[in-house]
Design a protein around this ligand. Structure first.
Ligand code: ADP
Ligand code: ASP
Ligand code: MG
Length: 422
């Protein structure tokens, strides 16, 4: 008997019909003799809608209350799914994050899992029932409050439960057939990848490929959980995320795994910073205190005449207003001239383990963008990734030309089975 954790994303449980379809699939897995733990997201775009509602009530909702509100989404889908499974004659019980033992720190909106004690889930399985767990939510023992793990966090719930229960596999069911060479919603020529290394998947997820949440990939790698990303709309094999260090694969890796786009970032330029030691430290200490997660940093050569320089960095748009306010408050101290805020940027990233041993990749990337008339504003690299910032409205075209230039285009048109892409 295998223990299988199945996670269903919002688009797979968007309405009553979809919930019944997913319930049938779960019942089939149970009847095939497996123990089944299901992690479910909120229906369709519920989380976004609840977030919009909160923002209509007040511009900066309290973290504690926002978590109370958002976790209601998963509570609805878990109960409906359990009802549907029972309706098909199989015992099922739903559990909130705290009932399932998802213990986290107290950071509302981006809590980290500190322990998983799935005693009630285990007991449900032992009694022959299917356990349904609300994704994306946890509980902090210190404060006694409900927390959420960050947008897309149901993937992490599934992986954490799979690790704690020593599951055989963690299946991530979504609205596309697996992980593709780029977002199939943006580029129909995207190609499905059969196996991808966790290292590459981490880079793609970090670069904006939201098909898997980065923290779930990290957690899976650390705990040796096998991930299978697949569609809930058909029975096709999806994508296996493997860890070659475990000897699961020794095939030579392709040069490029995929291309990711990220439109969620903004750029702040601190103009006229005195070019003397300590200024970067002051700026980024201020930024860190504001809680912003910065990504790329570029410092211009200073103009000799003025002895001043400009420093630009990218950060999530959601961190923009708080960071601007913090820097403004420190303006006299840091002695910069002005701030510029630009939220019309996009980031394109090319990811591939083969890059490590291939020198020509950057040149090929920059040439493809040049030939398409796309201007590069910032560049950053890691061992297996190159990222460039361009204007937001050129990102879709940029991804298409880069995908083609690296020979990733598929003859077959990728199918997107559901979801709104929100
Ligand atoms: P779920 O609601 O199931 O969690 P998400 O919307 O979080 O689904 O993730 C699935 C979506 O991720 C797809 O519909 C697709 O538009 C997007 N996506 C972005 N990059 C990729 C990629 N490289 N491969 C597959 N899907 C991707
Ligand atoms: N419902 C949450 C979100 O939309 C968590 C998830 O779906 O993974 O972010
Ligand atoms: Mg998701």
């Amino acid at each position: 008997m295998s223990l299988i954790v199945q996670k269903y994303g919002g688009s797979s449980v968007a309405d009553a019909e979809s919930i019944k379809r997913v319930a049938k699939r779960i019942v089939e897995t149970r009847k095939a003799g497996n123990e089944v733990v299901v992690v479910v997201s909120a229906m369709g775009d519920t989380t976004d809608e609840l977030m919009d509602l909160a923002n209509e009530v007040v511009p900066m909702p309290s973290g504690r209350e926002l978590d109370m509100l958002l976790t209601a989404g998963e509570r609805i889908s878990m109960a409906l799914l359990a009802m549907a499974i029972k309706g098909l004659g199989v015992e099922a019980r739903s559990y909130t994050g705290s009932q399932a033992g998802m213990l986290t720190d107290a950071q509302h909106g981006s809590a980290r899992i500190v322990d998983v004690t799935p005693g009630r889930v285990r007991a449900a399985l032992d009694s022959g029932a299917v356990a349904i767990v609300a994704g994306f939510q946890g509980f902090n023992r210190g404060t006694g409050d409900i927390t959420t793990l960050g947008r897309g966090g149901s993937d992490t719930t599934a992986v954490a439960l799979a690790a704690a229960l020593d599951a055989d596999v963690c299946e991530i069911y979504t609205d596309v057939d697996g992980v593709f060479t780029t977002d199939p919603r943006m580029v129909p020529a995207a190609r499905k990848i059969d196996t991808i290394t966790s290292e590459e998947m981490l880079e793609l997820a970090a670069a904006g490929a939201k098909v898997l949440y980065i923290r779930a990939v990290e957690y899976a790698r650390r705990h040796g959980v096998t991930l299978h990303v697949r569609s809930s709309f058909n029975n096709n094999e999806g994508t296996l995320v493997i860890n070659p260090a475990d000897g699961e694969s020794n095939v030579e890796e392709p040069l490029i795994a995929g291309v990711a786009a990220d439109l969620s970032q903004a750029k702040i330029t601190v103009v006229g910073v005195p070019d003397i030691p300590g200024k970067a430290a002051q700026i980024f200490t201020t930024v860190a205190r504001a809680g912003a997660n910065i990504d790329m940093i570029v410092q211009n050569v200073s103009a000799a005449a003025t002895g001043r320089t400009d420093i630009s960095f990218t950060l999530p748009k959601t961190d923009g207003p708080g960071t601007i306010a913090a820097l403004e408050a420190a303006r006299a101290d840091i002695a910069f001239e002005t701030l510029q805020y630009d939220d019309q940027i996009g980031k394109l990233s090319l990811v591939g383990a083969g890059m490590r041993t291939n020198a020509g990749v950057s040149a090929q990337l920059f040439t493809a963008l040049f030939e398409a008339g796309i201007n590069i504003e910032m560049i950053s690299t890691s061992e297996i990734r190159i990222s460039v910032v361009t204007r937001a409205d050129t990102i879709a075209a940029a991804v298409r030309v880069v995908h083609t230039a690296f020979g990733l285009d598929s003859e077959e048109k990728a199918v997107v089975h559901g979801g709104t892409g929100r």
